[in-house]
Structure formats: structure tokens, C-alpha cells
Write a protein that binds this ligand. Structure first.
Ligand code: GLN
Length: 466
């Protein structure tokens, strides 16, 4: 699909549509939708912003490319004055006191946020069922899950309720729902976009990620949000990715894929054969394809969950009912903390806090947490070696198609294993994009650190290849 942003920009500038009508139409769609993709609507502020855009156009002032473009925000981003619930009971009445850097940059460019989107609570999940707002339904088949944790964001883009949405990806939460709902979703290189104002899940892999219907829209939004931020010391300065550069796809010579991902017993046979058919089409374009060795999926999943649980246990310790969110009072402060946390966190979140504190506790941390960190280093080294041999790594997004609503809640371990192909790239902090092509749940394109441009370039190549 072509750029929705450019199309709408043209329609606004040529006065084919008004910004107020555009925003109202999207708000109406969101309001009556039955996919549980909405936590709260930002109708008043959105319509006020739209009036300003229309006035500018009426006065023949130039407007920027993103000005007046409606977008959605996963409900884990601070946007001053809006409810920011993380889809949790604990924060269901919490309003942000400030705005996240990535979102502020979009606001400065004139884009209009219209909705805070449903997701797994605190990003904990792969199905968007771990939420107080009802399970998010898949855009292609409402009996299936929307994917997670940024399920509402992917569904809103897929259904054209938003032009693009901003998800968050710690271990696959942008890429997997993008794959489940047949849209594009990018996890940029860690640190390319500031995490300031994104509620922390696992700080060492948390990434801000755009979801959209075209490579070009991903590029536009990525450029706006990128950059060094003094409020996030892990950010770095990056150069803008031009449209021209990513259209010149001749520079990619070698592609690799992980043998064990494809030879695993856990992969759906159709996804496997579709993936191998895509590889053949890539070869037919005279690109060399190398088969690479990698860690077993079980090792990747357990390393990721060990570290992610440890980090989330630390990050969520600030939520005790004192400073943020609802508080359940009890006979003393300690009891109030305990009862607030046990009543207001979901089962899945509590499972992770308990697991994380166990991993970090004296007597266990050397054997479990430090081992996780060592494995993570080995995973990164493996990637470094791979990228001496290939330009791009391609993989399926998920081993299986989306489960039915209800199934993941019954079997959390099976849910964790469904992240087998996404978490490794998170641990490596690499740029990875889901494209809605190749298999039923799409393909993932990965490049070496800071090579986000190459990822988008290869996505353009794939668009014409498979
Ligand atoms: N499904 C993974 C998890 O639950 C990834 C979630 C995410 O990226 N926020 O940890």
C-alpha cells in the first residue's frame, strides 16, 4: 500500500477533505468499534487541533506533512492530561503529568492523537487479553486475539481507525501484533527513539515503535521521533532516513536465516513452507542466501523472560499506591502496599513480579540473573558475527497463527513460547521490522545495530519481490 500520510496530506491541502471531518470520522469509527481497541478517546483536544489545521489551510498557510494526521497511542505513553492506564486496574484513574518525548515530537510536527489504545497491562503479554478493557479482537478474524502487547494499536491501523499508531516493543509487542493483523510494525534500534515518558517494562529492551500500512509511513514517523534526548541517556543521534535511499534496493547482496527457527518442531507447517518459498523468491533475485546457526528458541525465551521479569519487578516497585494510581488502605503502610499491589495488579503481572524478585534474590541471582546476562552477551556476539557475513537476517514473526481468544490465558507458558522469534532481536537491541508478507503472520527483517535504513530498504525490495 502507498503512503496514507501523503495521500491524506494531499487531500487536506487541496481542500478535498477538512481536518475536522477527517478527525470526526475516525473518532466515530473508534467509538462504535467492537474490537476493544480503545481505552479512551481524546475527542476534545483532537477536534480543537483539527480546527486550527483547517484555519491554516483556509488562510493558505503551508502545513507540514504530519499536520492534521490522526494517530493512536498505546496506553503506556504519558500524554499530559490524558488517562494513562497501562490497561491496569491500579492506574485506571491515573492521568499523565507530562508528555513522552516521542509523542511530543509528533505533536510538534502537528500530528493529532485521537485515542489511547488497549494493550496487555504494562506490556505483559502476547495477546492483549491481560487488560481491564476486554480482550482485543483480531482485525482479520474477531474470534482470534489481536496479538500483544500493542494489540489495540495494530488493530486500529489495520481497520483504518488510525493512520498510524505508536506501540511499544520490549520483546516483540509491536512486531507480533503487526504480523497478526497484517500491517507494518517497526522496533527500531534500541536508543534511536527516547523512552522518556514510556512506562517502563524492561528498560534494557523497551523501544518506541511505529505501526502503519506502508514502509513510507513507517519511515516518516520514525524520522520525526528519532534523536538524542537528554532525558534518556541511552538515546543516540541518528541521521534522517531519506525516501530516495530506501528506494535504491540494489545494495543488498546477502541475506541469512536461522536454520533452527525453521527446523523447529514448534513451527506451523504452512508458515514454514511459506517462509521457504519466500526465500526462493529472494534467491531468484540474485541475492545470496546463507543458512545461519543460532541459539535454540527455548534458550532465547528463557533468557528474555529471566531478564524482563527482573527488570519489571524493579520498575513496578514504584507502584504501591502512594504516588501513582489507586490505593487500598489497610492497617499500616506495609499492609497498604501489599494489599494495593495484590488487588490491583493482574495475575500475569504478579507472576512476573514474583518471578523477577526470585531471579534477583540473594542465593539465586548469581545462578539465574547473571547467567541470563552472560547469555545475552553471547547472543549479541552471535549477531555481530552474523552481520559480518550477511546484510540482513530474515525470519518468520511467530511460529504459529494467532490463537483463539481465551487460549493464551489458560496456558501462559505456551504464550511465552510464542515469542520465540521476536525476543532474540530485542536482546540484541537490533532494528527489526514486521512486513505483512510472506507468511500468514508476516516476515521479520533485521539488520545490524543502527542500520534501520537497511531494514526499510529491504522491506521496499520485498514489496516487489514476494
Ligand atoms: N510478549 C512479550 C512479553 O510479554 C513481549 C511484550 C512486549 O514487547 N511488551 O514480555
Amino acid at each position: 500500500m502507498d503512503s496514507q500520510i501523503r495521500k491524506i496530506h494531499q487531500q487536506l491541502v487541496s481542500k478535498q477533505i477538512s481536518c475536522v471531518d477527517l478527525i470526526q470520522e475516525k473518532l466515530n469509527l473508534l467509538k462504535k468499534n467492537s474490537y476493544n481497541s480503545v481505552n479512551s478517546l481524546l475527542d476534545n483536544t483532537a477536534l480543537e487541533a483539527a480546527i486550527k489545521v483547517d484555519t491554516k489551510i483556509a488562510n493558505n498557510e503551508t502545513i507540514g506533512l504530519l499536520e492534521g494526521i490522526p494517530f493512536g497511542i498505546k496506553d503506556v505513553y504519558m500524554v499530559q492530561g490524558t488517562y494513562t492506564t497501562a490497561s491496569s486496574d491500579l492506574l485506571k484513574n491515573y492521568k499523565s503529568a507530562y508528555t513522552a518525548t516521542a509523542i511530543q515530537k509528533l505533536l510538534d510536527a502537528g500530528a493529532i492523537p485521537i485515542v489511547k489504545e488497549n494493550c496487555d497491562s504494562f506490556g505483559h503479554g502476547s495477546s492483549s487479553e491481560n487488560t481491564i478493557f476486554g480482550a482485543v479482537k483480531n482485525a482479520n478474524n474477531p474470534n482470534l486475539v489481536g496479538g500483544g502487547s500493542s494489540g489495540g494499536s495494530a488493530v486500529n491501523v489495520a481497520k483504518d481507525y488510525t493512520v498510524f499508531s505508536i506501540g511499544g516493543d520490549t520483546g516483540g509487542s509491536v512486531r507480533q501484533p503487526a504480523g497478526y493483523n497484517s500491517v507494518y510494525g517497526l522496533k527500531p534500534t534500541y536508543g534511536r527513539i527516547s523512552r522518556y515518558g514510556l512506562m517502563a517494562y524492561a528498560s534494557s529492551t523497551d523501544c518506541v515503535g511505529p505501526i502503519a500500512k506502508s514502509v513510507e509511513d513507517i519511515r516518516i514517523v520514525l524520522n520525526v521521533m528519532s534523536g538524542k534526548d537528554i532525558k534518556d541517556q541511552t538515546t543516540y543521534a541518528s541521521s534522517e532516513i531519506s525516501e530516495e535511499n530506501i528506494l535504491n534496493t540494489n545494495t543488498i547482496k546477502t541475506v541469512g536465516y536461522f536454520k533452527n527457527f525453521i527446523e523447529s518442531d514448534a513451527i506451523n507447517t504452512q508458515i514454514k513452507s511459506d517462509f521457504l518459498a519466500a526465500i526462493e523468491k529472494i534467491k531468484a533475485k540474485c541475492i545470496e542466501v546463507k543458512v545461519l546457526d543460532f541459539f535454540e528458541s527455548d534458550t532465547l525465551v528463557s533468557t528474555y523472560y529471566t531478564l524482563a521479569m527482573a527488570e519489571t519487578a524493579s520498575n513496578l516497585s514504584r507502584l504501591d499506591g502512594s504516588n501513582y494510581g489507586d490505593r487500598v488502605d489497610n492497617k499500616n503502610l506495609k499492609e497498604s502496599y501489599a494489599i494495593t499491589r495484590s488487588e490491583k495488579f493482574s495475575e500475569e503481572t504478579k507472576r512476573r513480579i514474583v518471578g523477577g524478585n526470585q531471579v534477583l534474590s540473594q542465593g539465586f541471582s548469581d545462578e539465574i540473573y547473571l547467567k541470563g546476562l552472560a547469555l545475552r552477551d553471547s547472543i549479541s556476539e552471535n549477531f555481530e558475527k552474523d552481520f559480518e557475513e550477511v546484510d540482513i537476517i530474515i525470519s518468520p514473526v511467530t511460529p504459529n497463527t494467532p490463537p483463539k481468544i481465551g487460549d493464551s490465558l489458560k496456558d501462559p507458558l505456551a504464550m511465552y513460547l510464542s515469542d520465540a522469534y521476536t525476543v532474540g532481536f530485542s536482546l540484541g537491541q537490533l532494528p527489526t521490522l514486521t512486513v505483512p508478507q510472506g507468511t500468514k503472520t508476516g516476515l521479520q527483517i533485521t539488520a545490524a545495530k543502527n542500520n534501520d535504513e537497511l531494514v526499510l530498504k529491504f522491506a521496499n525490495f520485498l514489496k516487489d519481490t514476494i
